[in-house]
Design a protein around this ligand. Structure first.
Ligand SMILES: Nc1ncnc2c1ncn2[C@@H]1O[C@H](COP(=O)(O)OP(=O)(O)OP(=O)(O)O)[C@@H](O)[C@H]1O
Ligand SMILES: [Mg+2]
Length: 234
Protein backbone atom coordinates (compact mmCIF):
# COMPACT_ATOMS: atom_id res chain seq x y z
CA UNK A 1 0.00 0.00 0.00
CA UNK A 2 2.86 2.36 0.90
CA UNK A 3 4.62 1.57 -2.41
CA UNK A 4 1.51 1.81 -4.55
CA UNK A 5 -0.19 4.83 -3.02
CA UNK A 6 2.73 6.70 -1.47
CA UNK A 7 0.70 8.06 1.48
CA UNK A 8 2.13 10.60 3.93
CA UNK A 9 3.97 9.16 6.94
CA UNK A 10 1.03 10.24 9.11
CA UNK A 11 -1.59 8.55 6.87
CA UNK A 12 0.49 5.40 6.64
CA UNK A 13 0.97 5.30 10.42
CA UNK A 14 -2.74 5.84 11.06
CA UNK A 15 -3.54 3.06 8.54
CA UNK A 16 -1.24 0.69 10.44
CA UNK A 17 -2.81 1.60 13.79
CA UNK A 18 -6.34 1.13 12.44
CA UNK A 19 -5.42 -2.29 11.01
CA UNK A 20 -3.85 -3.29 14.33
CA UNK A 21 -6.98 -2.21 16.25
CA UNK A 22 -9.25 -4.10 13.81
CA UNK A 23 -7.08 -7.19 14.14
CA UNK A 24 -7.17 -7.05 17.94
CA UNK A 25 -10.94 -6.53 18.00
CA UNK A 26 -11.44 -9.54 15.73
CA UNK A 27 -9.17 -11.71 17.89
CA UNK A 28 -11.01 -10.64 21.05
CA UNK A 29 -14.39 -11.26 19.42
CA UNK A 30 -13.30 -14.74 18.33
CA UNK A 31 -12.13 -15.44 21.89
CA UNK A 32 -15.41 -14.23 23.40
CA UNK A 33 -17.35 -16.31 20.87
CA UNK A 34 -15.38 -19.44 21.79
CA UNK A 35 -15.76 -18.79 25.52
CA UNK A 36 -19.53 -18.32 25.11
CA UNK A 37 -19.89 -21.99 24.06
CA UNK A 38 -22.96 -21.55 21.91
CA UNK A 39 -24.20 -25.01 20.92
CA UNK A 40 -25.23 -23.86 17.42
CA UNK A 41 -25.16 -20.74 15.28
CA UNK A 42 -28.49 -18.87 15.19
CA UNK A 43 -29.16 -15.34 14.00
CA UNK A 44 -31.98 -12.84 14.39
CA UNK A 45 -32.12 -12.49 10.60
CA UNK A 46 -33.02 -16.19 10.31
CA UNK A 47 -35.86 -15.85 12.80
CA UNK A 48 -39.24 -15.92 11.07
CA UNK A 49 -41.39 -13.44 13.00
CA UNK A 50 -44.40 -14.20 10.82
CA UNK A 51 -44.33 -17.83 11.99
CA UNK A 52 -43.71 -16.84 15.62
CA UNK A 53 -45.94 -13.82 16.01
CA UNK A 54 -46.24 -13.82 19.78
CA UNK A 55 -43.03 -11.79 19.92
CA UNK A 56 -42.62 -8.63 17.85
CA UNK A 57 -39.52 -7.88 15.83
CA UNK A 58 -39.51 -4.45 17.47
CA UNK A 59 -39.28 -5.97 20.97
CA UNK A 60 -36.35 -8.15 19.91
CA UNK A 61 -34.67 -5.22 18.15
CA UNK A 62 -35.00 -3.18 21.35
CA UNK A 63 -33.51 -6.06 23.37
CA UNK A 64 -30.58 -6.23 20.95
CA UNK A 65 -29.58 -2.70 21.94
CA UNK A 66 -28.52 -4.48 25.17
CA UNK A 67 -29.80 -1.81 27.50
CA UNK A 68 -31.03 -4.75 29.58
CA UNK A 69 -27.45 -5.98 29.98
CA UNK A 70 -26.28 -2.52 31.02
CA UNK A 71 -29.13 -2.34 33.53
CA UNK A 72 -28.34 -5.89 34.80
CA UNK A 73 -31.87 -7.01 33.93
CA UNK A 74 -32.98 -10.48 32.93
CA UNK A 75 -34.83 -11.82 29.94
CA UNK A 76 -37.06 -14.83 30.44
CA UNK A 77 -38.35 -16.71 27.40
CA UNK A 78 -41.20 -19.07 28.16
CA UNK A 79 -43.09 -21.43 25.90
CA UNK A 80 -43.57 -25.01 24.75
CA UNK A 81 -41.09 -27.02 22.73
CA UNK A 82 -39.88 -25.77 19.35
CA UNK A 83 -41.30 -22.24 19.50
CA UNK A 84 -37.92 -20.52 19.19
CA UNK A 85 -36.76 -19.90 22.78
CA UNK A 86 -33.23 -21.23 22.31
CA UNK A 87 -33.00 -19.67 18.85
CA UNK A 88 -33.73 -16.20 20.22
CA UNK A 89 -31.48 -16.72 23.25
CA UNK A 90 -28.53 -17.84 21.10
CA UNK A 91 -29.08 -15.16 18.46
CA UNK A 92 -29.21 -12.41 21.11
CA UNK A 93 -26.14 -13.94 22.76
CA UNK A 94 -24.19 -13.85 19.49
CA UNK A 95 -25.23 -10.23 18.91
CA UNK A 96 -24.10 -9.42 22.45
CA UNK A 97 -20.70 -10.98 21.76
CA UNK A 98 -20.46 -8.91 18.56
CA UNK A 99 -21.32 -5.82 20.59
CA UNK A 100 -18.38 -6.52 22.91
CA UNK A 101 -20.03 -8.32 25.84
CA UNK A 102 -18.77 -11.46 27.56
CA UNK A 103 -21.44 -14.12 27.31
CA UNK A 104 -21.69 -17.69 28.54
CA UNK A 105 -24.24 -20.22 27.34
CA UNK A 106 -25.19 -23.35 29.26
CA UNK A 107 -28.18 -25.64 29.57
CA UNK A 108 -29.60 -26.30 33.02
CA UNK A 109 -28.53 -29.92 32.73
CA UNK A 110 -24.92 -29.03 31.85
CA UNK A 111 -24.82 -26.43 34.61
CA UNK A 112 -26.03 -28.93 37.21
CA UNK A 113 -23.49 -31.53 36.03
CA UNK A 114 -20.66 -29.02 36.02
CA UNK A 115 -21.61 -27.85 39.50
CA UNK A 116 -21.66 -31.44 40.77
CA UNK A 117 -18.21 -32.05 39.28
CA UNK A 118 -16.88 -28.84 40.82
CA UNK A 119 -18.40 -29.74 44.17
CA UNK A 120 -16.50 -33.02 44.09
CA UNK A 121 -13.11 -31.39 43.59
CA UNK A 122 -13.75 -28.27 45.68
CA UNK A 123 -13.81 -25.95 42.67
CA UNK A 124 -17.41 -24.74 42.97
CA UNK A 125 -16.70 -21.22 44.32
CA UNK A 126 -14.12 -20.71 41.56
CA UNK A 127 -16.54 -21.92 38.89
CA UNK A 128 -19.28 -19.58 40.13
CA UNK A 129 -16.80 -16.68 40.20
CA UNK A 130 -15.84 -17.47 36.59
CA UNK A 131 -19.52 -17.40 35.54
CA UNK A 132 -20.01 -14.08 37.30
CA UNK A 133 -17.23 -12.49 35.26
CA UNK A 134 -19.59 -12.54 32.26
CA UNK A 135 -21.95 -9.73 31.32
CA UNK A 136 -24.64 -12.18 30.26
CA UNK A 137 -25.31 -15.78 31.26
CA UNK A 138 -27.73 -17.75 29.09
CA UNK A 139 -29.37 -20.61 30.94
CA UNK A 140 -31.30 -22.77 28.50
CA UNK A 141 -33.84 -25.53 29.10
CA UNK A 142 -34.86 -24.80 32.67
CA UNK A 143 -37.77 -27.07 33.46
CA UNK A 144 -37.14 -30.21 31.47
CA UNK A 145 -35.35 -31.89 34.36
CA UNK A 146 -36.41 -31.73 37.98
CA UNK A 147 -33.62 -30.52 40.25
CA UNK A 148 -32.64 -32.43 43.36
CA UNK A 149 -31.83 -30.63 46.61
CA UNK A 150 -28.16 -30.06 45.74
CA UNK A 151 -28.83 -28.77 42.22
CA UNK A 152 -31.67 -26.56 43.56
CA UNK A 153 -29.37 -25.05 46.15
CA UNK A 154 -26.63 -24.46 43.55
CA UNK A 155 -29.02 -22.76 41.19
CA UNK A 156 -30.33 -20.58 44.00
CA UNK A 157 -26.75 -19.69 44.91
CA UNK A 158 -25.99 -18.69 41.30
CA UNK A 159 -29.20 -16.68 40.85
CA UNK A 160 -28.74 -14.81 44.10
CA UNK A 161 -25.20 -13.87 43.02
CA UNK A 162 -26.24 -12.75 39.55
CA UNK A 163 -29.13 -10.71 41.01
CA UNK A 164 -28.58 -7.02 40.11
CA UNK A 165 -25.05 -7.96 39.13
CA UNK A 166 -25.05 -10.01 35.90
CA UNK A 167 -27.85 -10.30 33.33
CA UNK A 168 -29.36 -13.64 32.52
CA UNK A 169 -31.42 -15.00 29.65
CA UNK A 170 -33.41 -17.97 30.85
CA UNK A 171 -35.53 -20.22 28.68
CA UNK A 172 -38.15 -22.51 30.12
CA UNK A 173 -41.01 -24.69 28.99
CA UNK A 174 -42.67 -24.25 32.39
CA UNK A 175 -45.01 -21.48 33.45
CA UNK A 176 -43.83 -19.70 36.57
CA UNK A 177 -46.73 -21.26 38.47
CA UNK A 178 -45.14 -24.69 37.83
CA UNK A 179 -41.62 -23.77 38.94
CA UNK A 180 -42.46 -25.07 42.42
CA UNK A 181 -42.35 -28.61 40.99
CA UNK A 182 -38.90 -28.01 39.51
CA UNK A 183 -37.05 -27.23 42.72
CA UNK A 184 -36.54 -29.42 45.75
CA UNK A 185 -38.68 -27.05 47.80
CA UNK A 186 -41.37 -24.52 46.81
CA UNK A 187 -39.67 -21.90 49.00
CA UNK A 188 -36.45 -22.17 46.93
CA UNK A 189 -38.52 -21.77 43.74
CA UNK A 190 -40.21 -18.70 45.22
CA UNK A 191 -36.87 -17.17 46.25
CA UNK A 192 -35.35 -17.82 42.80
CA UNK A 193 -38.36 -16.34 40.99
CA UNK A 194 -38.45 -13.35 43.30
CA UNK A 195 -34.88 -12.43 42.36
CA UNK A 196 -35.16 -13.32 38.68
CA UNK A 197 -38.36 -11.39 38.10
CA UNK A 198 -37.52 -8.26 40.09
CA UNK A 199 -35.89 -6.68 37.01
CA UNK A 200 -36.95 -8.84 34.08
CA UNK A 201 -38.44 -8.80 30.62
CA UNK A 202 -40.70 -11.79 30.15
CA UNK A 203 -41.67 -13.03 26.70
CA UNK A 204 -44.18 -15.84 26.37
CA UNK A 205 -43.89 -17.62 23.02
CA UNK A 206 -46.92 -19.50 21.83
CA UNK A 207 -47.93 -21.61 18.88
CA UNK A 208 -46.79 -24.74 17.15
CA UNK A 209 -43.28 -26.15 17.10
CA UNK A 210 -41.20 -24.82 14.21
CA UNK A 211 -39.51 -28.22 14.09
CA UNK A 212 -42.66 -29.94 12.89
CA UNK A 213 -44.23 -27.05 10.99
CA UNK A 214 -44.19 -28.86 7.65
CA UNK A 215 -45.74 -31.93 9.16
CA UNK A 216 -48.73 -30.07 10.52
CA UNK A 217 -51.56 -31.00 8.17
CA UNK A 218 -54.57 -28.69 8.25
CA UNK A 219 -57.68 -30.48 9.55
CA UNK A 220 -59.54 -32.28 6.74
CA UNK A 221 -63.10 -31.21 6.12
CA UNK A 222 -65.52 -34.06 6.53
CA UNK A 223 -68.34 -33.39 4.05
CA UNK A 224 -70.67 -35.81 5.80
CA UNK A 225 -70.17 -33.91 9.05
CA UNK A 226 -70.13 -37.15 11.11
CA UNK A 227 -67.20 -38.99 12.59
CA UNK A 228 -64.96 -41.20 10.45
CA UNK A 229 -63.85 -44.70 11.24
CA UNK A 230 -60.14 -45.31 11.79
CA UNK A 231 -59.89 -47.08 8.40
CA UNK A 232 -61.35 -44.07 6.61
CA UNK A 233 -58.92 -41.83 8.47
CA UNK A 234 -55.77 -43.63 7.34
N1 LIG B 1 -39.67 -18.43 14.22
C1 LIG B 1 -38.64 -19.16 13.81
N2 LIG B 1 -37.97 -18.85 12.67
C2 LIG B 1 -36.96 -19.61 12.22
N3 LIG B 1 -36.52 -20.73 12.84
C3 LIG B 1 -37.14 -21.09 13.98
C4 LIG B 1 -38.22 -20.33 14.52
N4 LIG B 1 -38.63 -20.93 15.65
C5 LIG B 1 -37.85 -21.98 15.81
N5 LIG B 1 -36.96 -22.11 14.81
C6 LIG B 1 -35.99 -23.19 14.60
O1 LIG B 1 -36.65 -24.39 15.04
C7 LIG B 1 -35.79 -25.19 15.83
C8 LIG B 1 -36.36 -25.30 17.24
O2 LIG B 1 -36.33 -24.01 17.84
P1 LIG B 1 -35.72 -23.79 19.30
O3 LIG B 1 -34.58 -24.71 19.50
O4 LIG B 1 -35.45 -22.35 19.48
O5 LIG B 1 -36.94 -24.25 20.17
P2 LIG B 1 -37.18 -24.14 21.74
O6 LIG B 1 -38.33 -23.22 21.97
O7 LIG B 1 -35.90 -23.82 22.40
O8 LIG B 1 -37.66 -25.62 22.06
P3 LIG B 1 -37.23 -26.62 23.25
O9 LIG B 1 -38.05 -26.19 24.44
O10 LIG B 1 -37.64 -27.98 22.74
O11 LIG B 1 -35.77 -26.49 23.48
C9 LIG B 1 -34.42 -24.50 15.78
O12 LIG B 1 -33.69 -25.08 14.72
C10 LIG B 1 -34.76 -23.06 15.47
O13 LIG B 1 -33.70 -22.41 14.77
MG1 LIG C 1 -34.52 -24.97 23.41
Amino acid sequence: MALAEEPSYLDFFSYLVEEEIKGRENTQKARRLKAARFPTWRTLEEFDFSFQNSVSQQTVRELSTFKFIEAKENLILLGPSGVGKSHLAIALGIEAVNAGYHVHFTTMDDLANKMYACLADGGLPRYIRSLLRNDLIILDEVGYLTLDKIASDHLFQLISKTYENVSMIITSNLDFSDWGTLFASPSTAAAVLDRLLHHAHVIVLRGESYRIRNRLVPPQKNPAGGCQSEEEDT
